[in-house]
Write a protein that binds this ligand. Structure first.
Ligand code: MSP
Length: 509
């Protein structure tokens, strides 16, 4: 038995969830569900990043205290997000949790005790939207933040600094020894060359701000929000299950899924902080691209937000999950649009998969009175399904969510060709071809059963419906991805469409 621990970034609460956030959460959920099917013991973490200084300002504007402000946003918008997109995290961490605060203090105290923190004055620019200190070179020619188009603030304050520069050699060694530490490989190269370029110490605390985790040896200061946020991946394991400490079991197999905008924090700062505190680094970090609308990142500030929950209401949760894996080669940027979403829903889900089930069940109902006989034979699907059983786990181990989905779709297409080639409606006209008809119907049903199991991590609701329509037990273990495991069934009726038509005009409105 293996263990699998996967995290999403923790989301800033000051915007409402959009398809960009749903993207990471869904992708992570697909991977975790898949590992469960393989019998792994899994832990899936997501949550919210609440100690940002921008929350203090937003709360002031709303006329409430920061805790009341974040509580409302988390409970209304963020905590419901995973369930709304069909994701099942094991724990939803909030960085305002008492257990998190306690652990952050312990963690930074260890770094302090290990001699990696010193006091100095910070004088420079800070972008509140990024929650990041900026150098002149990182800004546009007019001195604006390239991501937010806002002018960073000049800050001059006494801070506690983390000696990141001292970790350059150790980080380079880590990258050499673990060439798969960061994936895909171009992101590995990006992180590695950033380290090679020389590392600057950074402020690990902020002064004059009451919101956040107090620095244990200097409670006038709070821990810099990015440091506090990164620690969530470890702190959660200490209090997610009351009375249990999951660190021994899960930290050695920790994997982080993140977007490309937060690469440096995760691939450079985080391993250095862990080494400084005396912890192992995570096993792997996968960096995905952005979903673009036109060619701009979907974000609240650019006003081009696709509201994921609206798409879910119209098309169903599985349609959104499918799109996440389909819109682009996972890892790269992808262009999202309602038109593209709609087109794939109709063509791929509706025609390729939905019609295949409708047809298969209708044929069984019509020519065999709803009875599916056990008729495995020396079918071409034996080898095709055996190949799928190996291919999908290998691709998903390499984080290739779109490649694995393509592999399953290859089988869906084969099954569609098979109906046409074997023409069961012709076979049914000839009594001497009864066995051939049984075999054909069996292959179609068995192929669909396998497709349901293989797709279950992507399309959990659809998988259940396919199995039920074929009178098969709701068994999703990965060993089921093999030819000939379909059991005889009775009472099969022409299935309702899996993906009913949606008017595009309704979606766009
Ligand atoms: N709070 C920090 C993360 C701290 S993790 C220790 C943060 N939050 S965020 O809400 O701004 O972004 C969270 C994640 O959502 C990031 O991985 C980001 O890349 C992802 N996405 C936000 N918009 C996105 C798209 N349009 N497309 C894909 N993912 C994007 O950063």
């Amino acid at each position: 038995m293996s263990r699998y621990y996967l995290t999403t970034p923790i989301y800033y609460v000051n915007s409402t969830p959009h398809i960009g956030h749903a993207y990471t959460t869904i992708a992570a959920d697909i991977l975790v569900r898949h590992h469960k099917q393989r019998g792994d013991e899994t832990f899936f973490l997501t949550g919210t990043d609440e100690n940002a200084s921008k929350n203090v300002r937003a709360a002031e504007q709303a006329g409430v205290d920061p805790k009341t402000f974040v509580d409302r946003l988390v409970e209304e918008d963020w905590r419901p997000l995973p369930a709304r997109v069909g994701a099942n995290p094991d724990f939803f961490i909030r960085t305002t949790d008492e257990g998190h605060h306690r652990f952050v203090q312990e963690f930074v105290q260890r770094i302090y005790d290990n001699g990696h923190i010193y006091e100095d004055t910070y004088a420079g620019l800070y972008c509140v939207s990024c929650e990041e200190f900026k150098t002149e070179e990182e800004l546009t020619a007019d001195g604006l933040c390239p991501e937010h188009g806002t002018r960073p603030e000049w800050i001059e304050e006494r801070n506690w600094f983390f000696r990141l520069s001292a970790f350059q050699e150790q980080l380079l060694r880590l990258y050499d020894e673990q060439p798969e530490f960061v994936q895909p490989v171009h992101r590995y190269n990006e992180a590695r060359s950033f380290i090679e370029g020389g590392l600057r110490d950074f402020s690990l605390s902020r002064a004059g701000q009451p919101w956040g985790v107090p620095v244990p040896w200097d409670p006038e200061q709070v821990v810099y929000v990015w440091v506090d946020a990164l620690i969530n991946y470890l702190s959660a394991l200490t209090y997610a299950r009351p009375g249990e400490d999951l660190r021994d079991e899960y930290w050695p197999v920790a994997r982080h899924l993140i977007g490309k905008d937060i690469l440096r924090f995760h691939c450079v700062f985080w391993p250095a902080l862990l080494l400084a505190a005396g912890y192992e680094v995570p096993k792997q970090i996968f960096v995905h691209g952005w979903l673009l609308f036109g060619d701009r990142k979907i974000s609240k500030s650019s006003g081009n937000v696709i509201e994921p929950l609206e798409l879910v209401d119209l098309y169903g949760v599985d349609a959104l999950r499918f799109y996440v894996a389909r819109v682009t080669r996972f890892g790269q940027d992808g262009n999202a649009s309602v038109d593209d979403f709609h087109e794939r829903y109709e063509r791929e889900l509706g025609n390729d998969l939905g019609n295949l089930l409708s047809r298969t069940t209708a044929l069984i109902a019509r020519f065999r009175d709803g009875r599916l006989a056990e008729a495995p034979w020396d079918s071409p699907f034996r080898s095709e399904l055996a190949k799928l059983a190996h291919e999908v786990p290998a691709l998903l181990d390499a984080w290739d969510l779109s490649g694995a989905l393509d592999a399953v779709w290859g089988v869906v297409r084969s099954l569609n060709r098979y109906v046409e080639e074997r023409a069961p409606w012709q076979l049914a006209k000839d009594e001497s071809k009864a066995e051939e008809l049984d075999r054909t119907l069996y292959d179609l049903a068995d192929g669909l059963r396998v497709v349901a199991v293989a797709l279950a991590s992507y399309l959990p609701e659809t998988a259940d419906r396919i199995l039920a329509a074929l009178g098969q037990p709701d068994d999703l273990v990965w060993q089921g991805v093999a030819y000939g495991r379909t059991v005889p069934a009775e009472g099969i009726a022409a299935a309702e469409p899996l993906f009913p038509r949606v008017e595009l005009e309704t979606a766009v409105a």
